[in-house]
Design a protein around this ligand. Structure first.
Ligand code: CAA
Length: 377
């Protein structure tokens, strides 16, 4: 038990678990194979209002605290990590608007999402991955509009979002201090989707290039002030990293559950393989890692909920949870033996899904830069 939450959240978590077991877990296996975005599953999830967990009640959402959101996202990730990621990344647009938006922007963005849209967060470009300050997309001010030009890549929900938070330079000469954040709605002329990524894992999530060609938006779509874009992006990522950790915990928990079930039914040398201490110890190590990782997610969320600093803890959570997810899924494949390597069994997918968590929302190497900066400060 990692998360301590209210009775209301408990009911929600149970309803989400039930929904995921019935509607997500099995169908997503086939979508993982085809790489198709499972639109109808997302539609059902939206009917359950899973896309509005973090939107405050006054704007039509649930206004849940971060601990509760983590508990729900972990359930979703146990069923399918790509499915859970779609909601986690949509929440980045919500978090950004909540923290930096004015009243009119909050109403507009939250209304769009509540009505049945996903959000997306667009920072990364081909030359600006870890070096996030090296963004080249520009936003030219013309009267009471901005005109955006550039190409973002690896954007989760890039081809399916209704609203985007896009980082662009309003002053090229100032580098990262000339970066600004913008709200851009899908359907704006000049905004289009580029290359779709054929990924190793999290294949039920949509990842594409987002292209802006003379994309004109009203000046009131500027989030915060001109020049604040880099800090806005970093502060959104500070929160987001805990939720990457949370999804990784979900994957690891599922891998352990699958390994235990298989270990009980697989007979070798006349007994279930789980009766061998070599296997039992592997399971024990998995449990140690999963429980400590989950506690780190919960701790980081609690810091956010009570308003304490969390940047260092969020980076630690992201690193630790994604590393243990790789270890646990790899050991789960080992327990399944030859069958673990086959697509017929569930654990190879979990290993593929786990890998990206060491890479996106800041590689684990970049997290160590963030953590050491905090420690040395
Ligand atoms: N909060 C507030 N301000 C911050 C900050 C934070 N977390 N981090 C940095 N800043 C401020 C600094 O204080 C500094 O401001 P001053 O000059 O006023 O002091 C300014 O920003 C520049 O800071 P740095 O010199 O540390 O910046 P840097 O260029 O060295 O970059 C970095 C730091 C941590 C490496 C950063 O570039 C980074 O996080 N890179 C990884 C990017 C990343 O996570 N990308 C993921 C994309 S999103 C994604 O993957 C989503 C998806 O679809 C799944």
């Amino acid at each position: 038990m990692g998360y301590i939450y209210s009775e209301e959240t408990k009911e929600l978590v149970e309803a989400v678990r039930d929904f995921c077991n019935k509607e997500v877990k099995e169908p997503c296996k086939e979508y993982d194979r085809t790489g198709e975005w499972p639109r109808e599953i997302y539609q059902k999830a939206m009917e359950m209002q899973l896309h509005m967990l973090e939107i405050p009640e006054e704007y039509g959402g649930f206004g849940l605290d971060r601990v509760s959101v983590a508990a729900i996202l972990e359930e979703m990730a146990q069923a399918d990590a790509g499915f859970a990621l779609t909601f986690a990344v949509s929440n980045l647009a919500v978090k950004g608007t909540l923290m930096f938006g004015n009243e009119e922007q909050k109403k507009r963005v939250f209304h769009k999402i509540v009505e049945g849209s996903f959000g997306a967060f667009a920072l990364t470009e081909p030359q600006a991955g870890s070096d996030a300050s090296n963004v080249k997309t520009t936003a030219r001010k013309e009267g009471d509009t901005y005109v955006l030009n550039g190409r973002k890549c690896f954007i989760t929900n890039g081809g399916v979002a209704g609203v985007y938070l896009i980082m662009a330079l309003t002053d090229k000469a100032k580098g990262l201090k000339g970066m600004s954040a913008f709200i851009v709605e899908a359907g704006t002329p000049g905004l289009s989707t580029g290359k779709h990524e054929d990924k190793m894992g999290i294949r039920c999530s949509n990842t594409c290039d987002v292209v802006m060609e003379e994309c004109r938006i009203p000046a009131e779509n500027l989030l915060g002030k001109e020049g604040e874009g880099f800090k806005i992006a970093m502060q959104i990522l500070d929160i987001a990293r805990t939720f990457v950790g949370c999804l990784a915990v979900g994957i690891a928990q599922r891998a352990m559950n699958e390994a235990v079930a298989y270990g009980k039914e697989r007979i070798q040398f006349g007994k279930p393989i789980i009766k061998n201490q070599a296997i039992g110890f592997k399971i024990a190590d998995m449990a140690i890692k999963i429980e400590t990782a989950r506690q780190m997610v919960a701790h980081s969320c609690r810091l956010m909920d009570v308003g304490f600093p969390y940047g260092k803890e969020s980076a630690i959570t992201k690193c630790y949870c994604s590393d243990i997810a790789m270890e646990v899924t790899s050991e789960a494949v080992q327990i399944f033996g030859g069958y673990g390597y086959s697509r017929e069994y569930p654990v190879e997918k979990l290993m593929r899904d786990a890998k990206i968590h060491q890479i996106f929302e800041g590689t684990n190497e970049i997290q160590r830069v963030v953590i050491s900066n905090h420690v040395l400060r």
